[in-house]
Design a protein around this ligand. Structure first.
Ligand code: ADP
Length: 260
């Protein structure tokens, strides 16, 4: 998992002050002719946790890269309502020679934050992700889940208003993945950032989100959107209820239809 700090260009002020991200008719064609996205309209408001599910190669990462400002859409507009953005990738790229504390301080250090402030902020973030006591450990001494927590803490030091997640739990086993999902929801509730989360797991999408967006195969289009009616905090046993299974079934159905 990699986290980068980014200050994307804001194309125009948003009229709707609740919208932290607004895609209007976004399309993406790469110079080699590959069309990755077509006619995407998507809004992420404050308080929302929006998850995008879609088949491999449909353009999910491209969508996130456009949201972060790392790519520019070839058509349409992608507008941000904040410059405080956290970006969490699937692959862990902690600096191996740095301790947990020093890795978590990295972005603040690059941003020129004074030593004492960044040390305090890092300690608070480490506590938030449940890693207190491991500050002096090196990445090689951590499990995959703990490395992910470290990266999450590093991004949290930026105090993001909008958090972009590109399959952050994709490489983890199911139990760790579910536990981190619960932790992420707790932090989401405490820190009040908005989330845009990419996954290909329908159950993960439904469990985490306020809204699930289903994309078609490439070029990725939004084929359906589902509001998730379950209250937060979510009980892990929600996953075993008929209502949860029914919504997962509807999302899976839309996914299959969009892929055919
Ligand atoms: P996903 O995240 O849904 O798996 P991606 O957004 O990574 O999909 O990729 C969507 C499509 O765009 C794929 O066919 C991929 O090969 C292609 N693609 C991604 N980045 C580039 C690029 N820089 N140049 C050309 N094609 C690309």
């Amino acid at each position: 998992m990699t986290i980068v700090s980014i200050a994307p260009t804001i194309e125009k002020p948003l009229v709707d002050t609740d919208a932290l991200l607004d895609f209007r008719n976004v399309a993406m064609q790469f110079p080699n002719g590959t069309v990755a996205l077509s006619g995407v309209d998507l809004t992420v408001n404050r308080g929302e946790f929006v998850t995008v599910v879609g088949p491999s190669g449909c353009g999910k990462s491209t969508l996130l890269r456009i949201a972060s400002g790392l790519e520019t859409a070839s058509e349409g507009t992608a507008t941000l309502g904040t410059t405080r953005i956290g970006y969490v990738f699937q692959d862990a790229t902690l600096l191996p020679w740095r301790t947990v504390q020093a890795n978590v301080e990295l972005l603040a250090e690059l941003g020129g934050q004074p030593r004492r402030t960044r040390a305090e902020n890092a300690r608070a973030a480490i506590e938030l992700v449940g890693l207190s006591g491991f500050e002096k450990n090196l990445p090689k001494e951590l499990s995959g889940g703990m490395r992910m927590r470290t990266s999450l803490a590093r991004s949290l030091t930026l105090d993001p208003e909008l958090f972009l997640f590109d399959e952050p739990f994709g490489a983890l086993d199911e139990i760790t993945r579910e536990r981190l999902g619960d932790e992420l929801l707790r932090i989401f509730a405490e820190q009040k950032f908005a989330g845009l989360f990419i996954t290909h797991s329908v159950a993960e999408a439904v469990y985490l989100s306020t809204k699930v967006v289903v994309m078609s195969g490439r070029p990725g289009r939004i084929v359906d959107t589902f509001e998730v009616p379950f209250d937060y905090p979510r009980d892990p046993d929600l996953r075993f209820t008929p209502e949860f299974a029914a919504l997962c079934g509807d999302v899976s159905h839309a996914l299959r239809e969009g892929h055919s």
